[in-house]
Unconditional design. Structure first.
Length: 304
């Protein structure tokens, strides 16, 4: 016997033997043959190193060790059954504690919305959301999934592509009044807010016809935080980039204006990184679905 569940099978067979008082009756209850039941009893006796039953052609009885085992076997199998039910339930129902890591900019927006949606649908679920713009060691963090902007570069993780986010150039009306009209030719000479590593150096701009242009940016202010970058843009520090879902309300309110409205930056991919393995708790699957629903409603998001 190589696996623990084999021993539990032997115990279950022994319970039938002990309760029925007969190998043949136990075989009928288990839907198997008497030789199979007899062989399982012998295997259990060899495993435990003691005689569990006395049997002849005319009689059958349990030994003291057999009666002692029968008294405890029910408890052992019941405890295993309860444990198995609870754990397998975690594969079918969102429960337990979900630990998620995500980027700070998205985390204070639709990522938090997805988390609260999930918690509202499953009140018994607990959720821990950690926000960082740094690359993380998912295994060391203890988290079950990591929402990533851009590609997942760790080959040891499973990556699910959720889709791509459009990005546009924006600036405050006051800045644009000072700089004058913005053109592709003038853009390299105008102040821009950099977002490391996505908006710095040279960036590729695309139009709806498929044309692309590489444009050099001057970024006197650079940050690796999406929220900090966006704040600097709102403060008039320079032209910057943002996804439509983030800047839509400020554009509608007149606090920002679209720059080069016929051009977009290359869309950026959104992925969920997961530890390797065949089995995913239902809470992880439910979170990914809640996140997809929120993202699909965002302006500028293109589902995978």
């Amino acid at each position: 016997m190589k696996y623990t569940h084999d021993r539990l099978d032997l115990l279950a067979t022994f319970i039938r033997i002990g309760e029925s008082g007969s190998l043949s009756k136990a075989a009928r209850l288990l839907g198997t043959t008497q030789p199979t039941v007899s062989r399982r009893l012998l295997e259990l006796e060899r495993l435990l190193g003691c005689k569990l039953a006395l049997r002849t052609t005319a009689s059958f009885s349990l030994t003291d060790e057999g009666r002692s085992l029968l008294a405890e076997a029910h408890d052992l199998t019941d405890r295993w059954s309860g444990l198995s039910h609870r754990l397998s339930g975690g594969q079918s129902r969102p429960e337990g504690t979900l630990r998620v890591i995500g980027p700070s900019g998205y985390g204070t927006g639709f990522l938090t919305d997805a988390v609260t949606d999930l918690r509202a649908a499953h009140p018994g679920l607990r959720i821990e959301l950690t926000l960082t713009d740094r690359v993380v060691d998912l295994a060391a963090s203890g988290a079950e999934c990591w929402v990533c902007v851009g590609d997942v570069r760790d080959p040891g993780l499973v990556s699910r592509h959720l889709g791509a986010m459009e990005r546009v150039l924006i600036a405050t009306p006051a800045l644009l009044k000072r700089t004058g009209p913005v053109t592709l030719a003038r853009l390299p000479s105008l102040p821009c807010v950099g977002l490391v590593p996505y908006v710095e150096g040279s960036v590729r701009l695309l139009d709806r016809s498929g044309r692309s242009r590489m444009v050099r940016l001057d970024t006197p202010i650079k940050t690796d935080s999406l929220l900090s970058s966006y704040r600097a843009i709102l403060n008039g520090a320079g032209i910057g980039a943002a996804a439509p879902w983030m800047c839509h309300a400020d554009i509608q309110a007149g606090r920002l204006k679209r720059v080069l409205p016929r051009w977009w930056l290359e869309p950026i991919g959104i992925h969920v990184a997961l530890p390797p393995g065949l089995y995913r708790p239902a809470r992880v699957t439910a979170f990914i679905e809640a996140l997809k629903q929120r993202m699909h409603a965002l302006p500028g998001f293109k589902p995978a």
